[in-house]
Ligand binder design. Structure first.
Ligand SMILES: C[S@@+](CC[C@H](N)C(=O)[O-])C[C@H]1O[C@@H](n2cnc3c(N)ncnc32)[C@H](O)[C@@H]1O
Length: 382
């Protein structure tokens, strides 16, 4: 029987013919010094890639990835495979992917400083408890997807570790170019970058040990659906790291946004001592799409509903004793509603100075799903 998903895919495929290959882009990337390096990295992982249009196998031909089922061709730009496929046909006029894409093409985030190096990136990153936790506890040979990696700070940082393989993916090509430029300049061999739409990812299901979506899904039109799409890419027992805005934690930011709007940003320049600060200002107050999420919503509607075991939350829910330490090998009790609410009130107070982001980590306990038979995808293209 053909499901709604299959019908949607068919109509998407009919409405979107195979992407036209932009020869100028290929020519540029072929002549760029480092053009092949991501490809070489990704070639090792060619078996985890799938056509974002039909799910077929992708093969490299020089700088182009070609689907051997539907014939779609995907060019690359400076060694970054462009595997973006739109999903707006499935979501209608309320879908904001293109607005978000435009916003991040104009405002890649976060910025690198001119003097930043692999060492300074490591030093900066290790001052963040989350980055330190991931660096210390993610399995050393893990294959990691940083979905919505922006300019790739976290992906490049995690990629400095010898045995890890990190793929940073984003819809903003400008952000990815900065990520790739930094990677090449600093010789970070274990990170690679790819352009994608997380709703139509170019990866097979069940291939990653870790999926990270930090400060990403709340900038999409359907965060829960985005979570489901990314969760399906995890291996059994794989870890999902998700960072989202909380409504109470974000109150401080909302008030500041109102203030800047009312003053027509006249005082904003006081906060811009550098390009980095200007970029942070735009990121905080000018987003085209931003949703907020309660802690219980993630532990229940996202994690539990997808058979994920709760492992970690920052800020911690309840007391240290109740939410446990930071050992990602062990599941935890995510607290009851009143504990979660108290944690959110704490975030509201801290939100006066910070941006109201919380991070949760869950482990995929779902039974592996049957992989879609090639004929199904082929039928969708027919
Ligand atoms: C706030 S930035 C976060 C960047 C990075 N994760 C970090 O924590 O610094 C959000 C990123 O999500 C990306 N993004 C938003 N919607 C996306 C989608 N549908 N597919 C892929 N990336 C997306 C944006 O392009 C942007 O770079």
């Amino acid at each position: 029987m053909v499901g709604v998903e299959d019908r949607d895919t068919k109509s998407a495929v009919r409405r979107f013919p195979a992407p036209v290959v932009d020869l100028r882009v290929i020519e540029l990337s072929t002549h760029a010094e480092s053009a092949g390096s991501v490809q070489r990295g990704l070639l090792q992982h060619a078996d985890i890639l799938a056509c974002p249009r039909c799910g077929g196998n992708l093969e490299f031909f020089l700088d182009i990835l070609e689907c051997n089922w539907c014939g779609s061709e995907y060019a690359s730009d400076c060694g970054i495979p462009r595997l973006f496929f739109p999903h707006d046909v499935l979501y209608g006029p309320r879908d904001l992917t293109h607005q978000v894409q435009d916003f991040y093409e104009d405002n890649p985030f976060p910025k690198y400083g001119d003097s930043d190096s692999a060492d300074s990136l490591r030093e900066q990153s290790l001052s963040s408890p989350l980055a330190r936790l991931l660096d210390e506890q993610l399995p050393s040979k893990a294959l990691i997807l940083d979905a919505g990696c922006g300019t790739g700070h976290l992906a490049n940082f995690l990629g400095t570790q010898k045995d890890r393989q990190v793929i940073g993916a984003d819809l903003s090509l400008n952000s990815l170019r900065q990520a790739k430029k930094f990677k090449d300049r600093c010789g970070i061999h274990n990170a690679g970058f790819i352009q994608m739409n997380l709703f139509r990812s170019p990866f097979r299901k069940g291939v990653f040990d870790v999926v990270i979506a930090n400060s990403v899904l709340h900038h999409t039109s359907d965060p829960l659906r985005g979570f489901s799409a990314l969760a399906s890419l995890l291996k059994p027992d794989g870890l999902f790291v998700v960072g989202l805005y909380n409504p109470l934690g974000r109150v401080g930011n909302d008030l500041r946004r109102l203030f800047h709007r009312a003053s027509k940003d006249r005082l904003a320049f006081l906060r811009w001592r550098s390009e980095k600060q200007r970029s942070r200002f735009i990121q905080r107050y000018k987003q085209p799409c931003e949703s907020r999420h309660f802690l219980g919503e993630i532990t229940q509607n996202w994690f539990a509903a997808h058979q994920f075991e709760f492992l970690y939350s920052s800020p911690r829910i309840g007391s240290k004793h109740l939410s446990g330490g930071e050992d990602l090998r062990y599941g935890r009790w995510p607290g009851d509603r009143s504990m979660q609410f108290k944690t959110e009130l704490g975030m509201m107070l801290r939100g006066i100075v910070n941006d109201g982001l919380f991070v949760m980590i869950g482990r995929n306990k779902a039974q592996p799903k049957q992989i879609e038979a090639p004929e199904v995808a082929q039928a969708a293209v027919a």
